[in-house]
Structures are given as structure tokens and as C-alpha cells.
Design a protein around this ligand. Structure first.
Ligand SMILES: [Zn+2]
Length: 311
């Protein structure tokens, strides 16, 4: 067993305007960090592009067609205040979904114990028919639906520790009783959703708002006190992670104060829960993280734990 790693050069072709925080250099910095000899044992794999049918697990055809048609022939096309497309964005989005679904397939097949997908654009803000917050399609939610509907799993947990509320994932899984969606995030902060009262029609949404300035000890207490006991009750057969690293103290977009040590801790604790309930099966996908050094170091630390636990 091992840790499978997926990325795709197509994810480097999604360009945003000069000065935009969700930039090509994010993925470049992560891939550079993974050149270190610590990562020689990663099972590096090329993912196929996702079929449009995968997107249909979460998004209607007319929305998919609208996004595809919005890709410009040159320059940038703005979808909303924060979200842009360039030549190559459509392929990047399909490559990202392809990476996460291939990672899922490898873990479910027992070819790897866990997996990480280094992808962009991110996905957890994309709602059913609305691009938002740098995101076009709900990548991790699509993987959750595939785990349930294609692989026939009964219960899947999606854990989102990105500093922003995973409003898109919440929207896409809102009426899905077989998926437990957990998001910890700074509150108040964009997008403004993610109150603890938002629990969904089946009680399978768990939001953990954290005050600006929250540091590691209180972050850990929140997950120990509110999230992990809930996972012990839900007993997921697979854990998906929306791994955003913008809760790092050095991140420019938010005011939480986590460090690499906190990301190491939460990765270990998630693996503990996966060992207890899910045969160790964890599939993690990159979401946010906008300080390039903090992003690269935090992602590397996260993957190092996955490798340790997947060995
Ligand atoms: Zn974020």
C-alpha cells in the first residue's frame, strides 16, 4: 500500500489576471516542494480528464455548457467578482475532477491506502449552477457522489479545513443523507455562510465557525470536541478532504493562525478516524492557500503524513 499522487499539467494552464491570489505559481510551488527526496516514495500517477458525465453528478447540463462556452480564446473572462477563466480553464477543471475521481478509484480499489490530488482551480465554492470564489465545479462533492453512486459506498464524510466555508460542497450535498459534510472556517468571512445552525434537512451538515485570530489549540479543540465524535457515530466508509491551507497564519486572505504543525496534527487525526472506520481510506484534494511558501510547506507536511500513514 502507498500514497497515490495525482496532478496534471493542464492545471497549470488555468490563468488568472496579474495579482490574483489563485495563481499558477501556487501549484508550481507545491510541485517544487515535492521534488524533495522525502517524496520519492509517492506513487505518482497521471489522471485521465474527467468525462462530462462526472460533472453531471452535481451540476446540470446547461450550467456545464455555460462554463464551457465562457472559456475565452485569449485573455481572461470574468465570471464574477473573484472567478475568472482563461484559455485552458475548461481542461484544467476537467483534469482536476479527473484527478480526484481517479484518486478515489485507486483508493477504493485498494491500489493505494490514501491519495492526494494537487489541482487547480479549487472546487468547494462552486454551487449547483453558480461559479464562485475561484471555483468552477464542485470537485470533492463530485467525488463523494461517485463514491456513493458508482462505487456503492453507504456513507462518505467530506472534511473541509479550508479557512473559507465550503458553501459549494454544502449546496451540492445538502440533500444527500449518505454524505456527512464538515467545514471549519473563519466566521465572519467571505462567503458569509457556514453558521452552526446550517445543518441540512438530514442533519448531515456540520459547520464549525471559528473566530478571527483562532490559533492551533482552539482549532484542535473544536475538531476534537465537535467533529471527531460525530465521525465516530457516522462511521464513514471513506473520508474525502477539502484540503485548503489558507487558515495558515501567513495567509493573506484570512485571519486564522494555524501552522504546519496544526495541519500535521489534523491529517494524523483524520487518518486515525479513517483507520477506525474506513480501512484507512482517505482521498484529499487541494483547495485554497495563498501564501506560496506557507502553501508549499503545509501541503508537503500534509502529504508527508499521508505517506507515513499509508505505508
Ligand atoms: Zn479558502
Amino acid at each position: 500500500m502507498s500514497t497515490a499522487f495525482y496532478t496534471d499539467p493542464a492545471c497549470l494552464n488555468h490563468a488568472t489576471p496579474e495579482g490574483h491570489p489563485e495563481q499558477v505559481a501556487r501549484l508550481v510551488s507545491i510541485l517544487a516542494a515535492l521534488e524533495h527526496r522525502d517524496f520519492a516514495g509517492l506513487d505518482r500517477r497521471q489522471a485521465p480528464m474527467a468525462e462530462v458525465a462526472e460533472l453531471l453528478r452535481c451540476h446540470p447540463q446547461d450550467y456545464i455548457d455555460r462554463i464551457r462556452a465562457a472559456e475565452p480564446d485569449a485573455g481572461n473572462h470574468q465570471l464574477d467578482a473573484d472567478t475568472w477563466m482563461s484559455p485552458g480553464s475548461w481542461a484544467a477543471a476537467l483534469a482536476g475532477v479527473g484527478a480526484v475521481t481517479a484518486a478515489l478509484d485507486a483508493v477504493v480499489a485498494g491500489e493505494a491506502r490514501n491519495a492526494f490530488a494537487a489541482i487547480r482551480p479549487p472546487g468547494h465554492h462552486a454551487e449547483t449552477a453558480t461559479p464562485m470564489g475561484f471555483c468552477l465545479f464542485g470537485t470533492v462533492a463530485i467525488a463523494a457522489k461517485r463514491a456513493l453512486d458508482h462505487h456503492g459506498l453507504s456513507r462518505v464524510a467530506v472534511l473541509d479545513f479550508d479557512v473559507h466555508h465550503g458553501n459549494g460542497t454544502q449546496d451540492l450535498l445538502w440533500d444527500e443523507p449518505r454524505a456527512l459534510f464538515v467545514s471549519s472556517h473563519q466566521f465572519p468571512l467571505w462567503p458569509g455562510t457556514g453558521r452552526a445552525e446550517e445543518t441540512g434537512p438530514h442533519g448531515t451538515i456540520l459547520n464549525v465557525p471559528l473566530a478571527p485570530g483562532t490559533r492551533g489549540p482552539d482549532f484542535r479543540d473544536a475538531w476534537e470536541g465537535q467533529v471527531f465524535p460525530r465521525l465516530d457515530i457516522f462511521k464513514p466508509e471513506l473520508i474525502l478532504i477539502s484540503a485548503g491551507f489558507d487558515a495558515h497564519i501567513d495567509d493573506p486572505l484570512a485571519q486564522l493562525a494555524l501552522t504546519e504543525e496544526d495541519f500535521i496534527w489534523i491529517t494524523h487525526r483524520i487518518c486515525d478516524l479513517a483507520d477506525a472506520h474506513a480501512g484507512g481510506r482517505v482521498v484529499s484534494a487541494l483547495e485554497g492557500g495563498y501564501n506560496l511558501d506557507a502553501l508549499a510547506a503545509s501541503t508537503a507536511a500534509h502529504i508527508r503524513v499521508l505517506m507515513e500513514r499509508g505505508a
